[in-house]
Ligand binder design. Sequence first.
Ligand SMILES: Cc1cc2nc3c(=O)[nH]c(=O)nc-3n(C[C@H](O)[C@H](O)[C@H](O)COP(=O)(O)OP(=O)(O)OC[C@H]3O[C@@H](n4cnc5c(N)ncnc54)[C@H](O)[C@@H]3O)c2cc1C
Length: 486
Amino acid sequence: MTSLLTSGSPVKSAPEGAKGKPPTAVERFHSQARRRLARADILGGLAWLSGAASVALWLADGGANGFSSFAGTMTALGIVAGLIGMDIVLLMLLLAARIPFVDNTIGHDRALEVHKTLGKPALYLLLAHGALLAIGYGAAEGLDPVSESISLWVNVPDMWLAFVSTALFIAVVVTSLVAVRRKFPYEFWYAIHLLTYAAVGTAIPHQFSVGGLFAEGTWQRWYWLVLCVGTGAALLWFRIWQPVAATFRHQITVSRVVRVSPGVFSIEMTGRNLARLAGSGGRFFFWRFLAPGQWWQPHPFSLSAEPFTGQGNQPGKLRITVRALGKGTANLEHIKPGTRVAIEGPYGMFSTAARTRNKVVMIGAGIGITPLRSLLESTPFQPGDATVLLRGHDETELFLDREIMALCQTRGATLFHLLGPRSQGDHAWLPKDAVRDGYTLSSYAPDIADADVYICGPAPWAASVIRDVRSAGVPTEQLHYERFDW
Ligand SMILES: Cc1cc2nc3c(=O)[nH]c(=O)nc-3n(C[C@H](O)[C@H](O)[C@H](O)COP(=O)(O)OP(=O)(O)OC[C@H]3O[C@@H](n4cnc5c(N)ncnc54)[C@H](O)[C@@H]3O)c2cc1C
């Protein structure tokens, strides 16, 4: 275990405050956190409001009159289930659209977490929509639900598309279940997931042609159209146009690959106009190396160094550090200098944008150490206000440790190397020897409850750190972690 505390050079001066005095880091981070939480509340409020609005559309159309009979009640419930289900599907698409406002407010990973949790409720509502309508329409026509479904498929225009859509939604949700997903390579899961667009595309026609609710000339039709077209436009803009434009604008090219330790290497790249790219701290991009056998695989990798934005005619520089975990990443070690790179990003909140306090604690293990390296380089703190904990079985697992040590020395951060086999029980993320000698999280970071805590490392390890950090009194808004899994 190594500890190192040095006084360092002062951090960059902050911008002038309203009364001419520069705001302190605490003031700046407090108000940044308040604004972000307010934005998160607004986003949450809008999401609930959109659900309520779908029901309001139906109520304003006199939908509640249906409750006078059994057939009407089933049909009414079916329509409401369909409206809320579709609203949730559109919200899921917006959460996955990588809209900067959403990403900068709740973070890309949190947006995807919410996206995932909405999958099952959306599917259940859409299945209930189909089943309830088959029962309701069937009861009105004296048919059983199965015969009614066949009659709808055969006789009602666009209805067969709605059945196809339901089947596609089932395929997407089932292959997204963790147990099923783990059995397939990422690319297979991703290809199936793209069927969501086909599922939505095939669901839309019957909503306008069959449902009287969205009949021509109604304001309900306009509301629904704006919702559907707006979601489609956000996806096209942020997932296709922006990445294509950024790839052409920044002309990113591999300059060299440097071995860090066995199976771990840094890829250095050059590019133009990097100041406009605005990636910083441990934010990540999806990188697509345009080489044979690689171009079709986009990989998320975090920046392992602050970008150098370049001056005058000098190109800018970017660096990522990669651990070869699968075939795709193993091939990257041999990527040739001069290979062009397509990018999507920057994404994530593993950066100064998430800061709420002036103190900061960074805890990393394995390849998760590398985004901490770039965060440490850029995030503001006064000497003595930052603590870095690096965990590995031995020193070869402390990737970029020399660079990190040098940064800690210059910036005045306290650094601990936590080495050795893992412990059991409550502090499983710490080495066995440290726990035996009575060390806990507070031994390394006594002021942790008043700090922003950044955690990155393997999922089970990170879960154990998060438990410890929470029991040390760190509230949710001060806790920031990046997940490297999907
Ligand atoms: C936000 C984020 C930041 C990341 N930053 C880094 C980094 O800085 N350095 C680094 O070495 N790794 C990082 N990763 C992990 C890295 O993306 C995967 O290890 C890599 O894509 C594996 O590709 P593969 O084809 O070699 O592996 P595969 O053989 O496909 O899979 C090997 C492992 O990687 C996971 N994986 C594969 N593709 C993806 C994907 N697109 N997204 C997430 N997980 C995937 C699989 O679950 C599996 O555990 C990051 C992941 C995320 C989500």
